[in-house]
Write a protein that binds this ligand. Structure first.
Ligand code: PLP
Length: 418
């Protein structure tokens, strides 16, 4: 309560903006992740990995725009190509060279991508991939993971139905439970169109899938004729070819999003050429902004020149090292405080041992998560309200030291609550 009151008292302008915003937008903004109590801190400006809010506080940006902000807020090569592209006119109602360039780059990088198509968001990419799988197989049922997130109308809570899922025959399946996935897939084999899975749950708490689980899903798709879809909207950063390349498991289709457009709106779905061939004529997929020139241009520079396969490996290693340091804090203090994740993505959890499956958090854990957020904000560290960190490329070693120290201080000052 005290931490929440201090957070609110330090941000009168954000509070006022939130009050006015609720008059025109339910919840006060149009991104559910930013609708948290008492109100979200409103940002004014960003530079590299720094942010400044409208109340005059400066932050180290560890949220990394929920993984879409990989390049930070002012990457000069991205700014340059965006300005140059603007000079050539905004969107031209036509194909352009940028579209072919980015598609070729991505097909060359991700093992499962023989062909791809662009969308405007990760949500749309997943919707189109599911459409493709249903069209290709002539079946309807879609195996999804409890705790999985593939976009607003593709949200699958751990318990109970989502308040707003599409009316499709979804088959909720426990994450990392190979036996149950096998039982369910076989029971529904006749109508199973697709198995869609995040190879690491992102919004669901940065819980990696075990290699065994993904290999089981791969085998089940082969056995039943269903299309295996990896939603790599968040995890594509885990190597030059995504988490699929790191694990050596190739799905039939892959969905991409977030940072790949260099920070511009982005989504893409693709995979086996025979599945994607439906879009040559049979299945329509128009989309006014699918090939918008800013995304295509920024994405080519982002993926071709900046986030190369080598850069992806280096970032992965930095993230692994950071998580080890953070987890040493909780271990040294003997406290239930630790971070799950892979590479440059991680989420705080207040339980021991660290979870290897999504779980229903207790009220106590929820309270600690909120307190952790307020304490980090007070220390000038901006991360996702749910305690997720996504490192961006401009974050330096001194920044990481600062974060580790802040977590150490949290462990010390809040030890009696943990
Ligand atoms: N899939 C995953 C795994 C995501 O994490 C997200 C967004 O957080 C999406 C899909 C939806 O992407 P977008 O927000 O671009 O619609």
């Amino acid at each position: 309560e005290e931490a929440r009151a201090a957070y609110a008292a330090a941000r009168p302008r954000s509070a006022d903006l939130h009050r006015r915003a609720t008059e025109v937008m339910p919840g006060g903004n149009t991104r559910s992740v930013l609708a948290y109590a008492p109100f979200p801190a409103a940002m004014q400006r960003g530079e590299d990995c720094r942010l400044w809010d409208i109340d005059g506080h400066a932050y180290l940006d560890l949220c990394g725009e929920y993984t879409a902000g990989l390049f930070g807020h002012s990457e000069p090569r991205i700014h340059k190509v965006l300005h140059a592209t603007l000079e050539g006119g905004i969107n031209l109602a036509a194909v352009g060279q940028g579209e072919e360039r980015l598609a070729r780059l991505l097909c060359g990088r991700f093992p499962s991508l023989e062909r791809l198509r662009f969308t405007n968001s990760g949500t749309e990419a997943n919707l189109m991939a599911l459409t493709a799988a249903r069209g290709f197989t002539g079946r309807n049922t879609i195996m999804v993971m409890q705790g999985g997130y593939h976009g607003g109308v593709l949200t699958f809570p751990l318990a109970g139905p989502s308040p707003a899922t599409l009316p499709l025959p979804f088959l909720p399946t426990p994450y990392n439970d190979s036996a149950e996935a096998t039982r369910l897939a076989r029971a529904h084999a006749q109508d199973l169109a697709a198995i869609i899975v995040e190879p690491m749950l992102g919004g669901g708490g940065c819980i990696p899938a075990t290699k065994t689980f993904l290999a089981t899903l791969r085998a089940l798709a082969d056995e039943t004729g269903a299309v295996l879809i990896f939603d790599e909207v968040m995890t594509s950063r885990m190597s030059g070819g995504g988490l699929q390349a790191r694990l050596g498991i190739t799905p039939d289709m892959t969905c991409l999003g977030k940072y790949i457009g260099g920070g511009m709106s982005f989504g893409a779905f693709g995979g086996r050429a025979d599945i994607m061939a439906q879009f040559e004529s049979k299945v329509p997929h128009a989309g006014t902004f699918n090939n918008n020139v800013l995304t295509m241009a920024a994405g080519s520079v982002a993926m071709g020149e900046i986030f190369t396969a080598e850069a992806a490996e280096a970032l992965y290693a930095r993230g692994e090292a950071l998580r080890a340091r953070l987890n040493a804090v909780g271990e040294a203090a003997g406290l239930p405080l630790g971070f799950t994740g892979l590479g440059s993505m991680m989420t705080v959890h207040f339980r021991r041992p660290l979870p290897d499956r999504p779980y229903a958090a207790t009220a106590g854990e929820e309270g600690l998560r909120e307190l952790f957020f307020f304490d980090m904000m007070a220390a000038g560290l901006y991360l996702a309200r749910r305690g997720m960190v996504a490192l961006s490329l401009p974050v330096g070693e001194a920044d990481l030291d600062r974060f580790v120290s802040a977590v150490g201080e949290f462990a010390e000052s809040r030890a009696e609550l943990l």
